[in-house]
Design a protein around this ligand. Structure first.
Ligand SMILES: [Zn+2]
Length: 275
């Protein structure tokens, strides 16, 4: 699933093009993709978008008159593309905005099960829709992070992925961040020392910034990740083969030498079933 660096990259790339021309035609939209019916999509026609914004892993496109917000959540396999005038796109996109002058914003979804969503909302409704999200992970800082960690006792990998606590991080960047911070994915948030919280805050910024820079240059997953999906590859710090363990519904990648003091983590799914 695209996370903060990926969504922020798309946000920056789309900001100019989507605001260049007023919307001529909004839709069609796949019935599973469009999550709202009032106001109708046609309410966008004739209006201009102010640009693109990001909240957590979502994209927001407010109209420049301040009356409507188009909210897009791409989930795992949705993709947004801007096509210039005359550029050919897919015949049946999940969602389309056509702009005056001929350019288009297209949402496609490769998976058979449509999970990406588009909402047309008032700014107040959009705020409500996003109210459950925790603070953005980028530049969260050690103070705020320390409060979140002290707030409840959670395994770090799980806490980092919880959008209500900290927003924008998923399983790939949680792997990268915890490795950079030299912290165990299973460490309990309440038990972190002040210097460990500091290290985690620094690692969050360092890794998300690194990811953003790479994605803006068009880097693929293989070049972007150093730990995630790298089972058996040498750790970039110490050379120990990267290990993998299943936890909740996720697979965690980590370095046993850098992160867990040489200990190999045990699969926790079985113990959870037995609880
Ligand atoms: Zn290592």
């Amino acid at each position: 699933m695209p996370e903060l660096p990926e969504v922020e990259t798309w946000c920056r790339a789309l900001d100019g093009p989507v605001s260049a021309f007023p919307i001529e035609k909004a839709g069609p939209a796949h019935v599973a993709t469009l999550k709202t019916f009032d106001p109708p999509l046609s309410a966008l026609e004739g209006r201009r978008l102010a640009g693109a914004e990001r909240r957590a892993k979502r994209l927001l496109f407010p109209t420049d008159d301040g009356e409507l917000v188009l909210l897009v959540h791409l989930m795992s396999s949705g993709r947004l593309r801007h096509l210039g005038a005359g550029e050919r796109g897919p015949k049946m996109p999940a969602f389309r905005l056509a702009f005056q002058g001929g350019s288009q914003l297209i949402l496609t979804e490769a998976a058979r099960k449509k999970r990406a969503g588009v909402w047309l909302l008032t700014p107040e409704e959009a705020e409500q829709e996003l109210a459950h999200l925790g603070p953005d992970a980028l530049h969260i800082g050690a103070n705020r992070l320390g409060q979140i960690c002290a707030g409840e006792s959670r395994r770090l990998h799980s806490l980092l992925r919880d959008q209500r606590s900290i927003s924008g991080i998923g399983r790939a960047w949680a792997n990268e961040i915890l490795h950079q911070a030299r912290l165990s994915p299973y460490a309990l948030s309440k038990e972190l020392e002040a210097d460990e919280v500091e290290r985690l805050a620094t690692a969050i910024d360092a890794e998300l910034t690194r990811g953003l820079a790479l994605r803006e240059r068009g880097a693929n997953d293989k070049r972007t990740y150093r730990v995630h999906n790298k089972l058996g590859d040498p750790c970039y710090v110490c050379g120990t083969p990267i290990a993998r363990v299943d936890f909740e519904e996720h697979t965690i990648y980590y370095c046993p030498e850098c992160q867990t003091g040489g200990r190999v983590l045990k699969d926790r799914r079985l113990s959870r079933l037995l609880r």
